[in-house]
Design a protein around this ligand. Structure first.
Ligand SMILES: C[S@@+](CC[C@H](N)C(=O)[O-])C[C@H]1O[C@@H](n2cnc3c(N)ncnc32)[C@H](O)[C@@H]1O
Length: 207
């Protein structure tokens, strides 16, 4: 299965459970510590290949699950997938057709790593911004988001950006993350959503 499968505990557990990658154990841990997926949630997974998060999500909700990736994802029962860039308006339109109401977004997307830490971090933050853009277009008010990022100079900027969009935001470092990795998950709850309705009705929220 390639070098992504370091032969550690998470790898063995994932393999024994039939998951496609050790990342499955990460999502399980993240959700166990931060229960943001509700049993009927419709979930959109951005950067979903090879599909182990999709497998875990299928166990956690009876809602619709859609995964998007640049690379094709082998079929998973009860999961829809789209091959494409999640920031592409055509892909957004396809997602809309598959999930009329998105209650949760998970994003484990990573750029192809160059090994140059600050360059890779900047590209990862760019992907995070793109994922936030998707949330702005598709996530239902009150929805939740889990997003992978990398610690570095732009991380606090990103964190503050997410805080503008959600009522509750925290970070979570998964124990399952490989040693030395700067990977960090942002757990964002209760999407503020489009406040246009309030503005239009003349209320600015102040009493
Ligand atoms: C670490 S992998 C995701 C692993 C996945 N969570 C799992 O459990 O199988 C990161 C993925 O992000 C995808 N990706 C990066 N940029 C993307 C983009 N703009 N649109 C869609 N997918 C993207 C890559 O193709 C790659 O498959």
């Amino acid at each position: 299965m390639g070098s992504q499968w370091g032969k550690d505990k998470a790898y063995l557990k994932a393999k024994q459970s039939g998951y496609r990658s050790r990342a499955a154990m990460k999502l399980k841990e993240i959700i166990q510590k931060n229960p943001v997926i509700r049993p009927d949630d419709n979930i959109l997974d951005l950067g979903a290949a090879p599909g182990s998060w999709l497998q875990v999500l299928r166990e956690m909700t009876d809602g619709i699950i859609v995964g998007v990736d640049l690379n094709p994802i082998l079929p998973i029962e009860g999961v829809r997938t789209i091959t494409g860039d999640f920031s592409d308006p055509k892909v957004i339109a396809q997602i809309r057709e598959l999930i009329p109401e998105v209650n949760g977004i998970v994003c484990d997307a990573s750029p192809k790593l160059s090994g140059q830490r600050s360059f890779d971090q900047a590209r990862a933050i760019e992907l995070n911004e793109m994922a936030l853009g998707v949330a702005r277009q598709l996530l239902k008010q009150g929805g939740n988001m889990i997003m992978k990022s990398f610690q570095g100079e732009d991380f606090s900027w990103l964190y503050n950006r997410v805080k503008q969009e959600f009522y509750s935001v925290r970070t979570y470092k998964a124990h399952t993350t490989r040693k030395g990795s700067t990977e960090m998950y942002i757990i964002a709850k209760n999407f503020i959503g489009n406040q246009q309705g309030l503005e239009e009705s003349g209320s600015d929220g102040s009493a």
